[in-house]
Design a binder for this molecule. Structure first.
Ligand code: RIB
Length: 309
């Protein structure tokens, strides 16, 4: 089973001719409202990819809570550990430009009050605990400590930032997923210069026993353990909206690892899900199902080789 411990938001999305610079107003047509939040998006992506998923997090007692949870409910995600607190549901304001690139401003709301002890009695030894960083460092480090105690594996997604706080968190993490910017920031905290490039950053982040994955958008990904390296090229797709592509990647990767797929297949399925998620607007509405993921993953070439020293 996958336990996702993380943020739940409602996303207000405006498609714009271009993204504003500071101090500027750019006008778009009608806004759209979608369920979002990196935690919730990853939970939905894992469920759509075929995994059994429970979500641990919080929504407010407001009008946004029901739409924020609707897709998870529909996908059969166990929501019994989602708490309804006095306060506001997390809210993201998202602009998307004509190339599908986004700019996100986020109000944490009750996500800021999610606590690691909510996992007590919930997290089980066979679980894969999936974490992102829209919660603060304290609950995340508490969650990792609890996973270690019960014997659950941990997948940590660095998004939305590879800042120095993350460096203190990855010691007990089994799978680390970062984009190129996050990986460069984080590798810098380990003394590896930012200019070195994704493969070197990935090597700095895998340690002795971790799978480190650096996603490269349209250039695919590179991944490493101490013994092996993997490279996957991204499929060519028409990009409408990149919002949630990283979450779809993480959810599908987690689902594949949870069912025991080998790393090559799990990386191919994550890559396929991330690409398919760029072809529609909205972080969750674009999240593909297991059939679509498998069909595209079957076409991808995964290069893998032992690490040479
Ligand atoms: O990763 C995309 C997500 O980031 C959006 O759904 C938004 O809620 C923000 O959390």
């Amino acid at each position: 089973m996958i336990t996702v411990f993380g943020s739940i938001n409602l996303d207000l999305v405006v498609c714009l001719p271009r993204l504003p610079v500071p101090g500027e107003t750019v006008v778009g047509p009608d806004h759209q409202t979608f369920a979002g939040g990196k935690g919730a998006n990853q939970a939905l992506a894992a469920a759509r990819a075929g995994a059994s998923v429970r979500m641990v997090g919080a929504v407010g007692r407001d009008a946004h809570s029901a739409p924020a949870l609707a897709n998870l409910d529909l996908a059969g995600v166990d929501l019994s550990a989602v708490r309804h607190l006095e306060g506001t549901t997390g809210l993201a304001m998202i602009g998307i430009d004509a190339e599908g690139e986004n700019l996100i401003m986020c109000a944490s709301g009750v996500n800021a009050r999610v606590a690691a002890d909510w996992l007590d009695g919930v997290l089980e030894p066979d679980d894969l605990l999936v974490l992102q960083r829209e919660l603060s460092a304290d609950p995340i480090s508490g969650a990792i400590a609890r996973a270690r105690k019960v014997g659950a594996r941990v997948l940590l997604n660095a998004a939305p930032s590879g800042d120095a706080a993350l460096a203190g968190l990855i010691g007990d993490v089994d799978v680390l997923v970062a984009n190129a910017v996050e990986a460069a920031e984080l590798a810098g905290a380990f003394g590896c210069p930012g200019a070195e490039g994704a493969e070197v950053h990935c090597a700095a982040l895998c340690g002795n026993s971790r799978l480190a994955v650096v996603t490269l958008g349209g250039d695919g990904l590179v991944a490493r353990t101490a013994e092996r390296i993997w490279r996957v090229a991204a499929p060519r797709i028409e990009v409408l909206d990149t919002t949630g592509a990283g979450d779809a990647f993480v959810g599908a990767l987690a689902a594949a690892l949870d069912r025991g797929a080998d790393i090559s297949r799990a990386l191919a399925e994550g890559t396929a899900a991330g690409a398919l998620a760029c072809t529609a607007t909205g972080a969750q509405s674009s999240s593909p199902d297991a059939g679509a993921i498998a069909e595209l993953a079957d076409t991808l070439v995964v290069e893998t080789a032992p690490v040479t020293r």
